[in-house]
Write a protein that binds this ligand. Sequence first.
Ligand SMILES: [Zn+2]
Length: 253
Amino acid sequence: MVKDASKTLFALGGIDKEVHELSGQKVEIEAKNESFSARITAYRAKLEELQALHEESSSRQAIEETRLREEEAKIVERRKQLTTLGGAKSAKLIERELDIATRAMETMERSAMEALEIAERVFQERENLNERLKELEGEFSSDSEDGKGKVTTFTKQIDSLNKKRDNLLGKVDERLKNLYNKVNMRYPGDGISIVKAGACRSCFRSLPAQMYNQVIAGNMLLQCPGCSRILIYGGDSAGGSSGGSSGAPEARA
Ligand SMILES: [Zn+2]
């Protein structure tokens, strides 16, 4: 009876280990998708910012250029006026007025040039970001297709494992079921430990001699005094790996 229960618990441990691993992979894929989405959202927000900045700098550039052209036209007009006035003003005064106007125009030219540079820089920055965003979106869509497929497969596998799990749990009595669930909650997918050469293979605690004998006899299910996992006898050799799903419990006469 207890020996059957041992086998059932051992099988349960294997199933839960698999479920745990598959769930972990599922969560990883979902987390990756989330971080992708977050990055894309941040890129889009930044792109909008640059778009607004670009519009602003372009219109500033247009204003500066209009001012400059107007000033140029004004100077041309003034020069004509002054030339026709001829002797009314001294050549020196004419020279002075045009000089002031020219310097003002140079300042305007500089700020028009500056506005152009800013507009171009923002434009380039926006283009670069747009390209990176497209790359990221492409990567994301192929990755998430792949991810969706995997998540679907994992979900199916987990469902089918859970059915097997329920079936096995139905075979053990209530007390054992509760014990197993409790231990499995503490060590997800790793609630069963093989005992080899007198020690728990999960925490490597040596068992007291009497306990070890009880585990070998297999008349009752015991928990490791070190880690509280459910102990199942796995033979006398110290070799082999630890863990619930590796190595079947040794057949006993
Ligand atoms: Zn242990």
